[in-house]
Each structure stands twice: as structure tokens, then as C-alpha cells.
Design a protein around this ligand. Structure first.
Ligand SMILES: Cc1cc2nc3c(=O)[nH]c(=O)nc-3n(C[C@H](O)[C@H](O)[C@H](O)COP(=O)(O)OP(=O)(O)OC[C@H]3O[C@@H](n4cnc5c(N)ncnc54)[C@H](O)[C@@H]3O)c2cc1C
Length: 336
């Protein structure tokens, strides 16, 4: 057991492939560990993953505790949560990070509850800092930063008296570091001590569904808001996206209204994107939307309201009717 309170990442895998969110979290863990002078560790649960685990080293992980068991080949809430609890108890990390995915959101609260420690969901930033409560100062505390009260404030949450501090982070929020193929990870095999009667479900069949849209990987996104939500405007946005070899995104009310699928939603409760070009069509630019796209390299905003907040972050603003502007853009790009 290490005396240093290292930073640990829960590694997700599906069909033997490490989830991108886990690699993103390793980058964040590396920054936090660097500030604390500790190491980056991981806990990986599954079956026949060993070859995949070497990639963790490329993304900043120094040591991975690998619990390999045929019964763990498919995700199951209780065995996975118990295995993470056992690993935390054995290795005593100071911070544990989970992806805010279906799996992470299932496991993390069970672990927090079992260990009686704090957990902050959907963090948008993580820092190491000082925190003062009355006359007591906590140094080197994990500052868990996330929007609160419907996005109206950005809250910094600390849990300095319970160890470890735990947080979940949505996919895409942390930027993946450039991998170093020469960096190695120490793989430590650990036994699975979960009893058979903790496996409450049996996986009979796995049906994989491909996502229709991959916003995270898109270099160009044309995004439709409520000002571009009628069928004609959506079709124009889709056509422009296709002409630019990009993807179609949207704001949350477009999803809530049943116009587009959730896979298209950009923002705090949608997908965080960093494309080279983001074209916001009829999107007002509320903070919850900006949380998911403000790091785009170039932003073009089209809005009929010259005072729309989106113009505050746009590199280029076009004031006008979205259908007129999109039609002109499509014609211009098609000619080009
Ligand atoms: C907890 C929480 C989480 C949220 N998460 C998200 C999220 O992940 N993503 C997200 O997007 N939102 C999210 N929201 C909702 C967010 O607060 C806004 O309500 C939403 O982003 C507004 O979407 P919009 O800009 O498409 O619509 P609106 O705010 O209605 O804006 C429509 C815009 O279109 C313009 N317009 C109208 N007609 C035209 C036209 N013909 N031509 C040009 N412009 C036109 C208008 O001037 C206006 O600026 C969240 C809210 C909460 C409380």
C-alpha cells in the first residue's frame, strides 16, 4: 500500500475497448497529481483487458490495478462498485475520478455511499487549492467546480474531511492529452473477491447500436437552435453540415421538443465539443449551451437579434433570418 494519497481514475471499457472518457480523465488526473506531488493510478475491471491497458500509460497513468475475472466481462452494478470499494480501501487514493457516463453514474454513488465520502457529479473543472471554513484552512484540497442552480452560478464544492474526494466528469469536458507512446504503465493484477451471489444479473445478449452522429469527433458542426427548429430550417442546417463534411448539432430545447435526437445536443447536459468551426444557427447562447461549445476554435453565429448573447463569444456574427443566411451559405459553399 502506498502512503501517498494518489489520484485514481476508474477505467471504463466496453467490448474490450477503453472508453475515451477514461483517457480524458487520466489527463486531468495527471494535472492534479502534478500539483500534489503524487502519482496517477487507475482501477480497471473486466476480462481479457491486459493488452488494452498498456494504452493507459500513454495517457499519463503510472499504475493500474487490474481486476480480471470472467464474471466481470460485462458491467454489473454491485460487483463493479464493490470491486472499486475494495481497491480504494487497499490503495488509499486521495482523489477518485469517474466518467459521468451511465456506468460511472451507477458505480460512483454506490462507492461514495459505501465509503461515506463526498461525490460531486458532472464537474466542469477540477483544481487543487486551499479552502477555509471558519478558522480552519484545508490545503491541497480538490476543488470540484460545476454549474449549480440551473447553471446560474458556478459552484466550487469541497469535501475536505472525507477521503477520498470523488467526482464525475462528463465525456469531452476534459481535453485528452497528446499520447506518449513511450510511456509505460505498471499493471498490477489483483484478485476478484466478489462472491457469486453478488452477481445479481446475467447478460444473455449484447446488442451494439452505432451512434448516428459523432459530434465529439466532428471538426465542423452546424448547430440548430429554437430559431432554426422548423423542418425547413433544420433541413438547411443539415444540408450545410453535409456540404462542409460536418455534423448537425442542436440546442437542448430542440431535443426536448422531439425535433432531433439527444445525440445531437451540445451543452452542459449534452455533449462538449471542440471543433475547428461551430456555426450556431438561431441559438441564443445561454450559459448551458456555451458550456458545451465555447472552446470551438472558430464560432459563427447567425441570429436575428443583434443583442443575442451568442454574439459575445462568436468570432463572426451574422444578424439576419436564419433561413436566408443558411441558403446563401449553402449556395456559396456548394459553388466553392
Ligand atoms: C440544468 C440545465 C441544463 C441545460 N443544458 C443545456 C444544454 O446542454 N444545451 C443547451 O443548449 N441548453 C441547455 N439548457 C437550456 C438553456 O438554458 C437554454 O434554454 C437553451 O440553450 C436555449 O436554446 P436556444 O438558444 O435554441 O433557444 P432560445 O433561447 O429560444 O433562442 C432562440 C434564438 O433564436 C433566435 N431566432 C429566432 N428566430 C430566428 C430566425 N428566424 N432567424 C435567426 N434567429 C432567430 C432568437 O433571437 C433567439 O436568440 C439547460 C438548462 C438548464 C436549466
Amino acid at each position: 500500500m502506498s502512503n501517498k494519497k494518489n489520484v485514481m481514475v476508474f477505467i471504463e471499457s466496453r467490448a474490450g475497448k477503453i472508453a475515451e472518457v477514461s483517457l480524458e480523465l487520466l489527463g486531468a488526473a495527471r494535472d492534479l497529481a502534478g500539483k500534489l506531488g503524487v502519482q496517477v493510478e487507475a482501477v480497471a475491471i473486466g476480462h481479457d483487458l491486459k493488452n488494452e491497458l498498456t494504452v493507459l500509460g500513454h495517457y499519463g497513468c503510472q499504475r493500474v490495478y487490474y481486476i480480471n475475472d470472467e464474471r466481470l466481462a460485462f458491467f454489473s452494478s454491485v460487483p463493479y462498485a464493490k470491486t472499486v470499494v475494495n481497491t480504494i480501501k487497499a490503495h488509499n487514493p486521495g482523489i477518485v475520478l469517474f466518467g459521468a457516463t451511465t456506468m460511472g453514474r451507477d458505480v460512483a454513488p454506490r462507492v461514495a455511499s459505501a465509503l461515506k465520502c463526498g461525490l460531486t457529479a458532472d464537474c466542469t473543472d477540477l483544481k487543487i487549492g486551499e479552502h477555509q471554513i471558519k478558522d480552519k484552512t484545508y490545503k491541497n484540497t480538490l476543488l470540484q467546480i460545476r454549474p449549480a442552480f440551473g447553471g446560474n452560478i458556478i459552484a466550487t464544492i469541497v469535501s475536505p474531511e472525507s477521503v477520498p474526494s470523488m467526482a464525475t466528469v462528463r465525456e469531452g469536458v476534459m481535453k485528452m492529452i497528446t499520447p506518449n507512446p513511450d510511456a509505460a504503465v505498471e499493471i498490477i493484477n489483483e484478485a476478484c473477491t466478489i462472491a457469486d451471489n453478488d452477481f445479481l444479473t446475467e447478460v444473455l445478449e449484447v446488442i451494439n447500436e452505432e451512434k448516428a452522429v459523432n459530434l465529439k469527433a466532428a471538426q465542423i458542426i452546424v448547430s440548430a437552435g429554437m430559431g432554426a427548429s422548423d423542418p425547413e430550417a433544420i433541413e438547411l442546417a443539415r444540408t450545410l453540415a453535409a456540404a462542409l463534411c460536418g455534423e448537425l448539432g442542436c440546442s437542448r430545447p430542440v431535443v426536448d421538443s422531439g425535433i432531433l435526437d439527444k445525440d445531437h445536443q451540445v451543452g452542459q447536459t449534452g455533449i462538449t465539443v471542440r471543433p475547428n468551426l461551430y456555426i450556431a444557427c438561431g441559438i441564443s447562447g445561454q450559459i448551458q449551451h456555451r458550456a458545451g461549445m465555447s472552446e470551438a476554435k472558430r464560432i459563427i453565429a447567425i441570429n436575428k437579434d443583434p443583442n443575442a448573447p451568442i454574439f459575445a463569444i462568436a468570432h463572426y456574427g451574422i444578424v439576419g433570418d436564419v433561413k436566408d443566411v443558411l441558403t446563401k451559405m449553402i449556395n456559396a459553399y456548394k459553388k466553392a
